[in-house]
Ligand binder design. Structure first.
Ligand code: 9WO
Length: 244
């Protein structure tokens, strides 16, 4: 059972996305547990302020340290790992999702405004993660991305047939093209090989299409993966075909 504790000043943002479909079922099955904690409920001053103007001046506001320290102390367990979502973090990828799925307790700290008091980063944050090189209005949407990607790596969260399909990024290359009925739609036909019933040929075609896509769109991924002899052969076929 992996426990997620979210720390946010916008708890309502999470209720929709985390309570539908696969994440809902994973919680119902007791494979994951998600608690949403409102940082504002840990504010102590008269107006429950969680932000204040920056020392040194400048525009905007900074999240105050006290409510965050208190919120983390409230949810923290001895195995708890505190993750801060920010553009300054280490880039999130499938490998990191798989690693985090082995943890017992992840505490996801979502910032807002122009940032969080640096003493939070120094004292309570264990890992800083970015989901990509862009700025959002806060860490909440990125926390949901991390939860989704981590949860689906936990055994039992995906159905057995889905976990076989999950291979696409798992093996480090892009997915192959998918088709379903009808066989012909507005003159657009399904590739003949997929209708052949020859599963060896189908597997080879899919592997080749996946490699083709990866070579064309994300050649950088091919430097990272260990290809089998068959896959290297397919890749050479593709390169030769592309020269013609
Ligand atoms: C806002 C801002 C406004 C004016 C000048 C500078 C500024 N910096 C920021 C800013 O970085 N705000 C962050 C908003 C503070 C931390 C939480 N926020 C956030 C997290 N935005 N984007 C992310 C994020 C998290 C993970 N992966 C990608 C982006």
């Amino acid at each position: 059972m992996l426990k997620f504790d979210i720390l946010t000043i916008f708890p309502n943002m999470f209720t929709g996305p985390l309570n539908e479909s696969i994440l809902k079922r994973a919680q119902d099955k007791g494979l994951i547990n998600i608690d949403i904690n409102d940082i504002r409920s840990f504010a102590q001053n008269k107006h429950n302020n969680v932000d204040d103007s920056p020392y040194g001046g400048g525009a905007g506001m900074v999240m105050k340290p006290e409510p965050i320290f208190r919120a983390v102390e409230d949810v923290k367990s001895k195995e708890g790992k505190v993750i801060f979502l920010s553009p300054q973090g280490k880039t999130f990828d499938q490998k990191l999702a798989k690693e985090l799925a082995k943890e017992d307790h992840l505490i996801l700290l979502c910032g807002r405004y122009e940032g969080v008091d640096e003493r939070v980063r120094k004292e309570v944050v264990d890992e800083e993660i970015s989901i990509g090189d862009y700025v959002l209005t806060g860490g909440e949407l990125s926390a949901m991305v991390v939860i989704d990607a981590v949860a689906r790596m936990i055994p039992g969260v995906l159905g057995t047939h889905q976990s076989a399909i999950e291979d696409s990024f798992y093996h480090g290359i892009l997915d192959y093209p998918h088709y379903t009925r009808p066989r012909k739609y507005r003159d657009l036909e399904v590739p003949e090989v997929l209708l052949s019933g020859n599963h060896q040929k189908i597997d080879a075609w899919r592997k080749k299409e996946a490699l083709k896509r990866t070579l064309l769109r994300r050649p950088d991924l091919l430097d990272e993966v260990e290809l089998t002899i068959d896959e290297k052969e397919l890749l050479n076929e593709i390169k030769e075909e592309m020269e013609n």
